[in-house]
Write a new protein. Structure first.
Length: 331
C-alpha cells in the first residue's frame, strides 16, 4: 500500500514521512542521509510535505539545530480530501456547462459521444469505469490490452471494485482465451467474483459503467492508432446495454477452476473430473492441441472424448456441447 503516492506525492516524500513517523524528528541533513539523497532533494521533499501539513519545521533554538517532525495525518489529509471533492464537483459542473455550450453551438455533433485518441486518455477513461461504478460493470472483451511488459494484466481497478461489492459480468471471445496468460488473468477475475461467459466470436470490446456511460474500443488496422469512444446517457447507450445483454444470454458460463474440477456431479464417463476439466477448457475456447497439453493426453483422445460427450447430450457442435454441459450442471 502506498497511501501518499496514491494522492500524487512521489515515493521519496512518502518514505520521508514514514521515516519521520517511525524514527522521530530529524535535521534536514539527517533526513537526507536516511533517504540516501542530496540535501536539495530532501529540502524539496520537506517542502511538499509541509505544504500539505504532514510535517512541520522546528526552528533553531540556541545550539539546537533546525529539525523536521511529522504531524498527525488525519486533519491535513481530511482537508485535502474535502478540497479535492470541491474541485471534482466544480469540474463536473464545468464539464456539463461546457457540454451544453458545445451542443448549442455545434448542433451537427452528438454531445453524448466523445472520441478519445491518445493512449493515456484511453487508459484513464477505462480506469473510470471501475473507479466510478456503484452497482455494476458489464463488458464484452475480445482480449485485454497488452501491458508494456508484454504480459496481459487485469485492468487497473477491477479487483478493487469487485472487492467493494461491484457486480461484474463479462463475455469473452473464445479465441482470446487460447493464450495461457489470458486464461490466468480471467481465472483471477472469476475467483475474485466476476461472472464470466464465453462466445465463439464478438465484434468488439466495450465496458459499461452502471447506466452512466460506456467505453467502446474502436477497431483499428494498426495498434498504435488506438481509439476509444465514450458514450454517455442516451438512446445509443441504451442500445449498447441491450447488445451486451443479448450476448450475455447467449454465452456459456465460465466457472472458477476449483468449481469446475470439484463438482459432485458430472459426465457419466470414465474420469469424470478430467472430463469436467476438458469441458472447462473447451468452453474457454482452447484448441484440441492446447487441451491435450493441459491434460497430458493426445489430441486424438481429446477429440474422441469430445465426440462421446456430444453424443451423450445430442449436441451437433462443440458450442452446443458447452451450452448443454452448463444446463446439466457439469460446469
Amino acid at each position: 500500500m502506498h497511501p501518499l503516492q496514491a494522492i500524487g506525492l512521489p515515493a521519496s516524500a512518502e518514505r520521508a514521512y514514514l521515516v519521520l513517523v517511525e524514527g522521530g524528528a530529524l535535521t534536514p541533513a539527517g533526513l537526507a542521509e536516511v533517504l540516501e539523497t542530496t540535501s536539495r532533494e530532501a529540502t524539496e521533499v520537506v517542502a511538499r510535505l509541509s505544504a500539505l501539513g504532514l510535517v512541520e519545521t522546528v526552528p533553531r533554538d540556541g545550539d539546537t539545530p533546525t529539525t523536521v517532525r511529522a504531524c498527525p495525518p488525519a486533519a491535513p489529509l481530511g482537508n485535502l480530501a474535502d478540497e479535492r471533492a470541491r474541485q471534482a464537483a466544480a469540474l463536473r459542473e464545468s464539464s456539463e456547462a461546457l457540454s451544453r455550450f458545445w451542443r448549442d453551438h455545434r448542433p451537427d455533433s452528438a454531445g453524448y459521444v466523445e472520441v478519445v485518441r491518445t493512449t493515456a486518455a484511453i487508459e484513464a477513461v477505462r480506469r473510470r469505469v471501475h473507479d466510478e461504478a456503484t452497482r455494476s460493470v458489464r463488458a464484452l472483451s475480445v482480449g485485454f490490452s497488452i501491458a508494456r511488459s508484454g504480459r496481459v494484466t487485469v485492468l487497473d481497478g477491477a479487483l478493487e471494485a469487485m472487492a467493494d461489492g461491484i457486480e461484474y459480468r463479462v463475455v469473452y471471445r473464445a479465441q482470446a482465451l487460447s493464450d495461457p496468460n489470458m486464461r490466468e488473468v480471467v481465472q483471477t477475475c472469476v475467483e475474485a467474483g466476476e461472472q464470466a461467459r464465453v462466445l465463439p466470436d464478438l465484434p468488439l470490446s466495450l465496458a459499461i459503467c452502471d447506466e452512466e456511460f460506456c467505453v467502446v474500443n474502436i477497431p483499428v488496422s494498426r495498434p498504435r492508432q488506438a481509439h476509444a469512444m465514450v458514450v454517455r446517457r442516451s438512446g445509443l447507450l441504451d442500445a449498447l446495454i441491450g447488445v451486451f445483454e443479448s450476448y450475455w444470454r447467449l454465452g456459456v458460463p465460465l466457472p472458477a477452476q476449483d468449481d469446475a474440477v470439484g463438482a459432485d456431479t458430472g459426465p457419466s464417463l470414465n474420469r469424470p473430473d478430467e472430463n469436467r476439466q476438458l469441458l472447462m477448457y473447451l468452453s474457454s475456447g482452447l484448441t484440441d492441441e492446447s487441451i491435450a497439453r493441459e491434460l497430458g493426453i493426445s489430441e486424438r483422445t481429446v477429440a474422441r472424448r469430445i465426440s462421446r460427450l456430444q453424443e451423450m447430450v445430442g449436441a451437433r457442435t462443440r458450442f452446443q456441447l458447452g451450452v448443454q454441459a452448463t444446463r446439466h450442471g457439469w460446469l
